[in-house]
Design a binder for this molecule. Structure first.
Ligand code: G3P
Ligand code: CA
Length: 246
């Protein structure tokens, strides 16, 4: 069965990378989450997509220049007008603690391609180990040096390279870095690439799959997982296929 991973949480309806987006993804029936990790000036891992807080909060400036205490005062509701309660930027620890009481899997994306956060891999690994989540976490990044390093430090935690463009035989590349899967942009995941990877025992989890036709295509070829902003829609389509309605 193709798993459904909620991209930055249930982003189609709630502010991205907030506890609300994660808990609502779980309530909607997602199999797992995808989230982005950056690091504060005082070395705390925080869940936010951009290097700057400007787009998703009421603050301005680089995450790396904030102490966690000040960063947590910001409101990450972004442009969501329906939520009355302030949503802080979550700590990675907060998400993992909550997740440990669920059956969800979680794809932690290390956002360290632009700011080379020293020690980020070790800190993520320490938290994953603290919460005994090694078998439910996949560490991914566009920074492939970082995921290879993560694997060296913690071979028990799965890694997956993010691929924004098509690659020649990406399953061979994944095997060469000891990744059990790869996460391509959906345009870089045509049927023949997904099928060849699966036949080689390599998982494929395309992002960010929001169009009905793309979801249907990936479900029908039994792709390992898809990463979507709209887990509720994905579940509806997966159920329709399962019951033969489409
Ligand atoms: O992990 C898949 C996807 O989230 C990568 O791109 O920019 O949404 O973090 P981005
Ligand atoms: Ca991401």
């Amino acid at each position: 069965m193709t798993l459904i991973l909620a991209h930055r949480g249930y982003t189609a309806a709630y502010p991205e990378n907030t506890m609300k987006a994660f808990t609502e993804a779980s309530n909607a029936g997602a199999d797992g989450l995808e989230l982005d990790v950056q690091m504060t000036k005082d070395g705390e891992l925080v869940v936010i997509h951009d290097e700057k807080v400007d787009r998703t909060t009421n603050g301005t400036g680089m995450v790396k220049d904030f102490n966690v205490k000040d960063l947590r005062r910001l409101d990450a509701r972004f442009n969501n007008k329906t939520m009355t309660k302030k949503e802080p930027i979550p700590l990675l620890e907060e998400v993992l603690e909550w997740m440990s009481g669920t059956n969800l899997i979680c794809n932690i994306e290390l956002k360290n391609s632009i700011v080379p956060y020293a020690g980020m891999e070790e800190k993520v690994i320490a938290l994953v180990r603290d919460y005994n989540l090694a078998d439910r976490i996949i560490i991914s990044s566009f920074n492939h040096y970082s995921i290879v390093y993560s694997y060296r430090v913690a071979p028990e935690i799965e890694i997956a390279p993010l691929l924004s463009e098509g690659l020649y035989m990406p399953w061979i590349y994944a095997q060469s870095i000891r990744a059990k899967g790869f996460h391509p942009h959906w345009r870089a995941a045509p049927d023949e690439i997904v099928k060849a990877a699966l036949e080689s025992g390599i998982e494929v989890r395309p992002y960010t799959v929001n169009k009905d036709a793309e979801m249907e295509r990936l479900f029908k070829i039994n792709c390992s997982a898809l990463i979507t902003d709209d887990p509720a829609k994905a579940i509806r389509i997966r159920n329709k296929i399962k019951t033969g309605l489409i």
